[in-house]
Structures are given as structure tokens and as C-alpha cells.
Design a protein around this ligand. Structure first.
Ligand SMILES: *[C@@H]1O[C@H](CO)[C@@H](O)[C@H](O)[C@H]1NC(C)=O
Ligand SMILES: *[C@@H]1O[C@H](CO)[C@@H](O)[C@H](O)[C@H]1NC(C)=O
Ligand SMILES: *[C@@H]1O[C@H](CO)[C@@H](O)[C@H](O)[C@H]1NC(C)=O
Ligand SMILES: *[C@@H]1O[C@H](CO)[C@@H](O)[C@H](O)[C@H]1NC(C)=O
Ligand SMILES: *[C@@H]1O[C@H](CO)[C@@H](O)[C@H](O)[C@H]1NC(C)=O
Ligand SMILES: *[C@@H]1O[C@H](CO)[C@@H](O)[C@H](O)[C@H]1NC(C)=O
Ligand SMILES: *[C@@H]1O[C@H](CO)[C@@H](O)[C@H](O)[C@H]1NC(C)=O
Ligand SMILES: *[C@@H]1O[C@H](CO)[C@@H](O)[C@H](O)[C@H]1NC(C)=O
Ligand SMILES: *[C@@H]1O[C@H](CO)[C@@H](O)[C@H](O)[C@H]1NC(C)=O
Length: 501
């Protein structure tokens, strides 16, 4: 028996696999824009830089944000919103026009590295499915015509619910209803050297499993070896849901005879807050999931099926999006609030290449003592005007009106600006009348932005902080097919009990 196992393992590891392991995996972040006080493109880019975020995905191709991303070195995935797919998939000219306006106009200053054509089209916009591959091909031919196809890849993000029987991963296959789309789609990805874009949400898998999936397994926490899920066909051990779902995608592709298409996870994350029915949407779980995910990805661990093969991943998402409809959790996937304050501080010791430690940089910007009041007044006017700080808390009757003098008001406005700019160097100067301090200047009910007093009365001063820049595209709705995990559940139970025996 033991000998047979060894032979089997050897066989598995000797199977040829041609995905190149040369590239290191990266962590990126999705930027959704459904916020009532969406930061300006300049503020967003300041936050990305301060956090060393080098890869982002937009759900559209917002011109202002693409301009702000120019010459930053940040790699950008842009998207064709779902509501433009039908037009593009039916007209080569429309596609060429889209590429000209949204790509050619920005490269090379803005480093656009891929185009996501739609978002979860098969599961959210099935009437566009028949032209999805045409849309991708048309976009690609426009890139070829501009000689940009080498540096810009074309793909389309899928919901993991298009995979059926995803556990054990070796039995996974794409919902066969979609084979007429998936086969040409995978052919296209293969022939253009692109990759499968895939959204992986262990949070939903866990939630829908009715307790069958242990929370630790979803959160990448260590499991006792006898609790690890084992794929009985491959004998591969799975220590977390993320790997199992990614491997299911590899197996589903090989079920259609495609064995050399890499995977990029276009969305993964965990909400930090939910309503009473979402008790596992907590700050602790969100922090644990995202911290472990980042370490796992950056370690180039790969998956059990393809160890060491990069699975680059975009975290969902940069900001909490308060305008998103649905459950409370839907508004709370972000790593940051709109003011640039982290929702939580990731535990990333040993993975300091992203998310700079200044998430813990508790500094504030205030007025320098003995500063000239005329200069303070001018700086205050600038901050509340062109600087686009929300100065409404300084109005009479509002929490920061008292003490009503230019020193106190300027301190509030300087600090609000500094926090909005993610505390980046040079943003606490104001012609020399401002200074950085580590003392929280909040007083009474006047809470300064960046204060960890967490007495964040969210003020809505939309008129003072216009966000003219971003039109929210068609964000993926997390439409998870309730039945998706039913088969798998039974198998996991069987497997877990088999291993325990
Ligand atoms: C753009 O991104 C690609 C992929 O990461 C990289 O190889 C290239 O050097 C970048 N170009 C610039 C100008 O930064
Ligand atoms: C679409 O346009 C490209 C040039 O942008 C051209 O190379 C390609 O042949 C066209 N395809 C079709 C189907 O017309
Ligand atoms: C497969 O996809 C079709 C079309 O969306 C859907 O009607 C069907 O329920 C799916 N099958 C399963 C088992 O989820
Ligand atoms: C995959 O390849 C095998 C062996 O060549 C063949 O029998 C099978 O029909 C192929 N499957 C598909 C979906 O093309
Ligand atoms: C990183 O990878 C090494 C092997 O490549 C492995 O031993 C280690 O456990 C991994 N660490 C994490 C945090 O995944
Ligand atoms: C971040 O903080 C940790 C722990 O304090 C430290 O080990 C690490 O070197 C820091 N990383 C950076 C980039 O400053
Ligand atoms: C915090 O940020 C300010 C502004 O960038 C900087 O001057 C200061 O050194 C930082 N402190 C730490 C501990 O990183
Ligand atoms: C929050 O602010 C209110 C006044 O608006 C104050 O009464 C309360 O003590 C503050 N709470 C904390 C934790 O600072
Ligand atoms: C908002 O955008 C529109 C169209 O892009 C532009 O005409 C207008 O000047 C902008 N307004 C502000 C306040 O930037």
C-alpha cells in the first residue's frame, strides 16, 4: 500500500507542466468607487504610493485616475464595464475606438498591463456570453494594430461559481452549459499568452457551507494534519480553501485539455463588518484572511497542484464602498476608509514589500507655534478650497468650531489634508507654518482625521470634497450560486472523516 502511494505521488509530480515559474507573484488591490466621498485621483494615488501598492485593478478606465497613475510605476489593469461589452463584442470599430480612448491615450506614461473584458459576465450578464470572446478578440486585435499586445494581456474575470464539483479539486469542471464559450475563450488565452482571471471568495464558500468548512480552513490558519482536506484522487493535501478553489480552476481547465494557462486571482478578500447574520465578517477575521493571503501569495507558495507557480492576487478592495447596496458586509470589504485611514493594520511582519509600516505611523499635522496668522489664514483658505479638505466640522455649531481662532482651525484643516494625502512626505508643510506631531490633537467632540479615538462621526461634506473624477463602472456583484458547494460539502465531510480514521 505504502509503495503504491509513493508510486502515485511520483507519477503526479512527474507529470509535465508547462506554466513558467519564472515570475514572482504580486499582490494588487481593486479600486471600487461606490463611495459618497470618493477620494480624488491624486489622493488615491498618494495612498497607493504611501502603501507601496504596485498593482491595481480598476472596474472601468477612468480617465482622471489613469492620468493620476501616470509616471508612478504602478501597474494597472483596466476594465471594459459590463454595459459596454455588447457594443464592443459586435463591432470591431467600437472595440478599436475603446482601445484608442482608454489605452493608447495613456500608455506608456500609465503602465496598463492588462484589460479585463467585463466582470463575471457568464454569471451576471449571460445574454452577453455569446459575444464575450468576440469582444476579447476585437480588443486584442486593436492592441495588435497598436503593437501593444506584447505588454497588455486581455482576459475576463470569472466567478468561481462557474466551476462545479470543486472539491475534491481533481474532479472540478466548468459548468458544461458554458463549454461553447469556455473552449474558445481558453483557446484565446492560450494563443495570446494570457491568463485566466478568477475571483476567489473563501468567505462565501465558508458562509454557504453551513459549518462544514471550518473557519480556520477559510482563514489560512493552521489545521491539525488530520483535519486537512485530502483529494483522494491526487492525494494532495489542502490546508486552505483558497488553494483548493484555485486548483479546482486548474483542474477544470485541464478537463477541457488546457494545461498551460496560468491563473491570476482578480478578487479575493474578507469583509470587516456585517449584520447580525454575518457574524464572521469581523475586523479580526478580515485582518487574518488578508494578512495570511498576502504572505501566502508573496511567498510564491503556489498551490498543491502547482507548487511554486505564481498566483498573483488582487485584494478586494482598497476602500470601503458605503454606497454599495446589499448586506452590511457588502460595504465593508475595504482596507481603508475614504479618508485614507486603515480599517485595520495588517499583520505583515516578514512581508514588508507591500503595505508600508506607516499604517501604524500615528502622526498628525498641526500649526507651528508662533506661525504668522496671515500665513495661517492663507493656508487654511487653501486647504478648505483648492486643497479640497472637508472643513464643514469648522462651521459654527459643528464639533471643531471651538476654539474659534485661526490657529485651531488651521490645525484641523492641515491635518485633514495630511491624512487625506496618506501622510506622504511634503504634505505637512503649508509654506513652513505646519509641523508633524505624534500627539493626537483631538479635543472634546472634535475628532481629528487619523485619530484612533475611533470616534469617527462621518461628516458628509460632499460639496467641499467633490469627486468629479470617477464614474463607478459595473462592479462585480458577488452573485454566488447557493448550490455551488453542496456536492463538495459532502465530499469534504467524507474526506475529513476518512482521514481522521
Ligand atoms: C510596466 O509593467 C511591466 C510589467 O510589470 C514591466 O515589465 C515594465 O517594466 C513596466 N514599465 C514601466 C515603464 O514601468
Ligand atoms: C479588427 O480590426 C483589426 C485592426 O484593428 C484588424 O486587424 C482585424 O482583422 C479586424 N477584425 C475583423 C474581424 O474585422
Ligand atoms: C450551469 O449554468 C446554467 C446557466 O447559467 C445554470 O442554469 C445552471 O443552473 C448551472 N448548473 C449548475 C449545476 O449550477
Ligand atoms: C481531451 O483530450 C482527450 C485525449 O486527447 C480527448 O479524448 C478528449 O475528447 C479531449 N477533451 C476535450 C474536451 O476536447
Ligand atoms: C513559504 O514557502 C516555504 C517553502 O517555499 C514554506 O516552507 C513556508 O511555509 C512558506 N511560508 C508561508 C507563510 O506560506
Ligand atoms: C515594518 O515593521 C516591522 C516590525 O516593526 C519591521 O520588522 C520591518 O522591517 C518594517 N518594514 C519596513 C519596510 O519598514
Ligand atoms: C511618519 O510619517 C511622517 C511623514 O511622512 C514622517 O516624517 C515620519 O518619519 C513617519 N514616522 C514613522 C515612524 O515612520
Ligand atoms: C465620542 O464623541 C462624543 C461626543 O460627540 C463623546 O461624548 C464621547 O465621549 C466620544 N467617545 C470617545 C470614545 O471618545
Ligand atoms: C467635472 O467634470 C466635468 C466633465 O469632465 C467638467 O466639465 C467639470 O469642469 C468638472 N468640474 C469640476 C469641479 O472639476
Amino acid at each position: 500500500m505504502a509503495l503504491m502511494l509513493i508510486m502515485l505521488l511520483l507519477l503526479i509530480f512527474m507529470l509535465p507542466f508547462s506554466i513558467s515559474a519564472a515570475e514572482d507573484a504580486f499582490i494588487g488591490v481593486n479600486i471600487g468607487t461606490d463611495l459618497s466621498d470618493m477620494p480624488t485621483p491624486t489622493e488615491t494615488v498618494a495612498l497607493l504610493k504611501a502603501q507601496s501598492i504596485q498593482h491595481v485593478r480598476l472596474f472601468d478606465a477612468d480617465r482622471a485616475l489613469l492620468l493620476a497613475l501616470a509616471n508612478t510605476g504602478i501597474r494597472v489593469t483596466i476594465s471594459v464595464p459590463n454595459d459596454q461589452i455588447l457594443g464592443i463584442g459586435q463591432s470591431n470599430a467600437t472595440a478599436a475606438n475603446w482601445v484608442s480612448r482608454n489605452v493608447i491615450a495613456h500608455v506608456p506614461a500609465t503602465n496598463i498591463t492588462s484589460i479585463a473584458v467585463g466582470s463575471e459576465v457568464l454569471t451576471t450578464l449571460s445574454n452577453a456570453a455569446p459575444i464575450l470572446v468576440s469582444a476579447m478578440k476585437f480588443i486584442h486585435s486593436a492592441l495588435v494594430a497598436a503593437n501593444l499586445d506584447g505588454q497588455i494581456k486581455v482576459s475576463t474575470p470569472h466567478s468561481s461559481s462557474i466551476i462545479l464539483d470543486s472539491f475534491p479539486p481533481s474532479q472540478a469542471f466548468f459548468n458544461r452549459t458554458w463549454n461553447p464559450v469556455m473552449v474558445p475563450l481558453l483557446n484565446f488565452l492560450q494563443s495570446t499568452g494570457s491568463y485566466l482571471m478568477f475571483n476567489v471568495y473563501p468567505y462565501y464558500d465558508y458562509q454557504q457551507s453551513n459549518g462544514v468548512i471550518p473557519l480556520d480552513y477559510a482563514l489560512f490558519r493552521p489545521l491539525p494534519p488530520n483535519k486537512e482536506a485530502v483529494d483522494s484522487n491526487t492525494l494532495l493535501h489542502y490546508t486552505n480553501v483558497f488553494d483548493a478553489v484555485v486548483d479546482a480552476a486548474y483542474f477544470a481547465m485541464s478537463d477541457l485539455n488546457f494545461t498551460n494557462i496560468p491563473i491570476v486571482v482578480t478578487e479575493s478578500g474578507w469583509p470587516s463588518k456585517g449584520d447580525s447574520s454575518e457574524s464572521d465578517a469581523t475586523i479580526d477575521n478580515a485582518n487574518t484572511y488578508n494578512s495570511n493571503l498576502i504572505r501566502h501569495v508573496l511567498n510564491n507558495t503556489g498551490t498543491p497542484k502547482h507548487p511554486g507557480i505564481a498566483v498573483s492576487t488582487f485584494i478586494y478592495e482598497l476602500y470601503n464602498e458605503d454606497l454599495r447596496s446589499g448586506e452590511v458586509s457588502e460595504k465593508n470589504w475595504g482596507l481603508f476608509y475614504a479618508d485614507g485611514e486603515p480599517v485595520y493594520t495588517l499583520h505583515l511582519a516578514g512581508a514588508g514589500v507591500i503595505f508600508a509600516n506607516d499604517t501604524t505611523n500615528q502622526t498628525f499635522c498641526v500649526t507651528k507655534s508662533n506661525a504668522d496668522t496671515k500665513m495661517l489664514q492663507a493656508a487654511l483658505d487653501w486647504a478648505c478650497g483648492p486643497g479640497k479638505v472637508d472643513c464643514s466640522p469648522l462651521l459654527q455649531g459643528q464639533p471643531c468650531y471651538e476654539p474659534d481662532n485661526v490657529v485651531a482651525h488651521a490645525a484641523y484643516a492641515f491635518n485633514a489634508y495630511y491624512q487625506k494625502m496618506a501622510k506622504s512626505p511634503g504634505t505637512c508643510d503649508f509654506k513652513g507654518v505646519a509641523v508633524i506631531t505624534t500627539t493626537d490633537p483631538s479635543h472634546g467632540s472634535c475628532v481629528f482625521p487619523g485619530s484612533h479615538g475611533k470616534n469617527r462621526t462621518r461628516i458628509n461634506g460632499t460639496s467641499l470634497a467633490p469627486s468629479n473624477s470617477t464614474s463607478s463602472g459595473c462592479l462585480s456583484q458577488h452573485n454566488y450560486n447557493g448550490g455551488y458547494f453542496t456536492n463538495s460539502m459532502i465530499l469534504i465531510v467524507l474526506l475529513l472523516s476518512a482521514v481522521v480514521m
